[in-house]
Design a protein around this ligand. Sequence first.
Ligand SMILES: *Cc1c(COP(=O)(O)O)cnc(C)c1O
Length: 368
Amino acid sequence: MAKAEETVLEIDLKALGHNYTFLRSKIKPETKFMAVVKAYAYGSDSVAIATYLQNLGVDYFAVAYVNEGITLREGGITAPILVLHPQKTHFKTLIENNLEPSIYSKAILSDFIATAEETGKTDYPIHLKFNTGLNRLGFSTEDLPEISTLIEQQKAVQVIALLSHLAATEDANETDFTNLQLERFDAICQQADALFKTKTLKHVLNTSGIINYGDAQYDMVRSGIGLYGYGNEPHVDAALKPVMTLKTIISQKHTIPKGESVGYNRKYKSDHKTITATLPLGHADGIGREYGHGKTYVSIHGKLAPIIGNVCMDMIMVDVTNIECEEGDEVEIFGKNLSANEFAETAQTITYEILTGLSQRIKRIIKN
Ligand SMILES: *Cc1c(COP(=O)(O)O)cnc(C)c1O
């Protein structure tokens, strides 16, 4: 039986390659591919993931914040990197690290032009983000003439791309709304092409957009979750391979007589003799308290063991009454055998949240 040493997050680069090939097969050969590696590449390891993808020929990377882009540059990533939500206070370091900002308001545009001028730049590449219905970040269509005037009056920056973000590409009940967002984006692109002197790249699709709205791939697509092996829909999940597997070890087993309790606040009470296993990971590692109380399972030798009682900061206890196992045996929290999707659903959340919430104290192991 498999033995383990500690809690680790295994990162399977072959699975990443498989997912990339699958997603690429859904778009035209000439369409550029932007790999979204924000939030430590969805909780994994952004430099390891980006290095592997750069070698496979990925055109572009995206991160949320400037410090994430700097980590990639320091890790040797030379491909263009878009920063989706840069903060004004980091504009100078953004430029020093040759990162490309997504600019989403007139104030941010003016501030960025000022910084680019101060640093003596000409034609520094920027992307303009438009709000087409997510109502989170972005210019509105009406801003276009003013943006165009601002751009024409200076030489420090150059608009190289236009983007928008879709609210519900995975939701078959919202196709009308998604199509409306796409129509709005198309109208923005047409107006912008008439206003701007330079040709721009257009990009709007995320992973589920690639799957469900391929006609709108424009010049580039932006994929995150699909690369990591999850597609927001069962038929897509089936074609992808999970990149991350969270594994741990049985630290200790206990036999709990009828009437005893397990863990803080005595939240598990045994009405029969129960055998438990204590595992070295808890809410400080990203397994929140919502995963306790018997709703969520981990996998031990292919059998499901419910997490019982309150999740502690550094430990969880699972019920192994019906599972043959020993102290030192390996436990899979989620990954290859137990989908992170299903794991997340037991706590009424989504794969994105469980993956990106895995704490940095979990050791990352790169495979293949
Ligand atoms: C995170 C993000 C993506 C990636 O979305 P997935 O669903 O993970 O493919 C794409 N575009 C923007 C603007 C994002 O913030």
